[in-house]
Design a protein around this ligand. Sequence first.
Ligand code: NAD
Length: 455
Amino acid sequence: MLKIINPATEQVIATIETDTQTSVAQKFSEAQKAQPQWAALPYKTRKEAIQRFGELLLTHQERLAQILTSEMGKPIAQSRGEIASTEGRLAFFLEQSEKALAAQSFNEPNAKMQETLTWEPLGVIANISAWNYPYFVGTNVFIPALLTGNAVLYKPSEFSSLSGLEMSKLLYEAGVPSAIFAPIIGTGEVGSYLLSQPLNGVFFTGSYATGAKIASAVRDRMIRVNLELGGKDPAYVREDVDVKAAADSLAEGAFYNSGQSCCSIERIYVHASIAEQFIKQFVEAVKGYVTGDPADSKTFVGPLTRSAQLDVLEQQTKDALEKGAKLLLGGKRLEREGYFFEPTVLINVNHTMSVMRDESFGPIIGIQVVQSDEEALALMQDTPYGLTAGVYTQDTAKAKQLLSHIQAGTAYVNCCDRVVPYLPWSGRGHSGLGSTQSFEGIRAFLQPKAWHIRH
Ligand code: NAD
C-alpha cells in the first residue's frame, strides 16, 4: 500500500494499492494483445477520444486542482493553471499526430518502382513520470503515444499517484480502452518491475540519477529510450537591461511551483555595473510572494513536495554560508507543520558551492556578480546539465551569440521557465536524451518503414 501525504499538513490523505510484479506483467500482456487493434483504428477514433479527454479535464478542473494541491503541495492557482494549460496543449498533438503518421511516396504513381515511407507505432511503451507537473509531463508523453497507436503503461510518481489515477479514469471515460492505458502504481521498485517487461520503448521524466539507472537497465535491448532529466538552469543579466523587469521575471522563474520546475532558474549571473540595483529589485520581488497554505489562491510559494529535499536546501545554505556567501532572505524551514522552506536568496556565491552546482529543486537561488560577458559565459557553461539557459539584454544579437555557445536544449532571451507545445523540449548532457513536444516529440513514438515495391 502507498500512503499519500499532504506536504502542507503532513497528514495521510489516502492509502492506495500498489502494483506487484504479477499485476505489472498482467497489464503488460493485456496491452500487448490490445495494441494492434488500437493502432488499426481510424485516426479519427483515437482523436475523438483524446479530444473528449481534454474536455473532461476542463469539466473537472477544480476537483483535479484540489487533488493535485493536496498530494504535492502546488499552490492552488498554479494547479488550476496547469490543468487548463494541459487542455490547451492537446490541440497541437491532435492536429500534428495525423501528419506524423502520413505515408510519403517518392515516385510518380505509374512508375515501375514504388519507394514509400510509412510510420508505425513502437508498440507498448512505459511512461515513467515525475510529480512536479504531473499533467504536463504525463500528457507530453501519453497523449502523442496514444494518438499514434501505442499502448501505454503509465507510472505516475509516488508523489502524484492520485492525479495519475484521475487522469486514467478520465481517459477511460473518454473512450480509451483500459488495456491500452494502464496506470502502474508504486515507488521506484514498482518502476523496476515495469522495466523488466519486454517493452518497445521507455519514456522517462525524472532525476539524472534515476535516468542513468533506467538507461543502464535497458541498454542491451535496443529499444527507444527518451530521458527528460534535471537541470541547473542559468540566466545572465547584462548591464543594458530594464533592471526591474529582469528581476521580476527571474524571481518568478526561480520561485514558481516553489522552485520545483525542471527549468526553474537555479543560478543567476549579473553584471557588476547593475548588480546592486538588480539584487535589491530581486529581493523586493521575492518579498512580495505569499508563502504558506497552498490551498489559498493568493499563495505563490507552497511547501516542498518531498520532506527529504528540506535537508538538501539546508545543506546547500550551510555550505554556501561556510564558504563566504551572504544570506539576504530565508535560509531555513518555516516554523509550522509541513515541508516548508523560506524563499531563500544568497549572494557572494561562487562555483565551489553546491547551491551553484547541484540541482536545488526548491525555493532557493544564488546570485553571482560577474565583470564581463566572457566570465558569465564561462560560468554558465560550467555544468554537466543542459536543459535551458537565458540572457537578459536589449542586444538580441549578443544574446544569441552567447547562447549559441551553450550546450542546452532551450535558449531564452529576456524570458525564462516557459514551454510551448510546438518547440521541442530536450536536454543535453545530464539533462537527458531525445525530445518531447513539437513534431519531433510525436515522431518519437513512431518508427519508419521503408518500402521498395517493384510492379
Ligand atoms: P525521480 O527520478 O526520483 O523519479 C521519477 C520517477 O522514476 C518516479 O515515478 C519514480 O517512482 C521512478 N523511479 C525511481 N527509481 C526507479 C527505478 N529504479 N526504476 C524505474 N523507475 C524508478 O524524480 P522526481 O523526484 O519524480 O522528479 C524530479 C526530477 O525530475 C528533477 O530532477 C527534475 O528536474 C526532473 N524533471 C525533468 C523534467 C524535464 O522535462 N527535463 C520535467 C520534470 C521533472
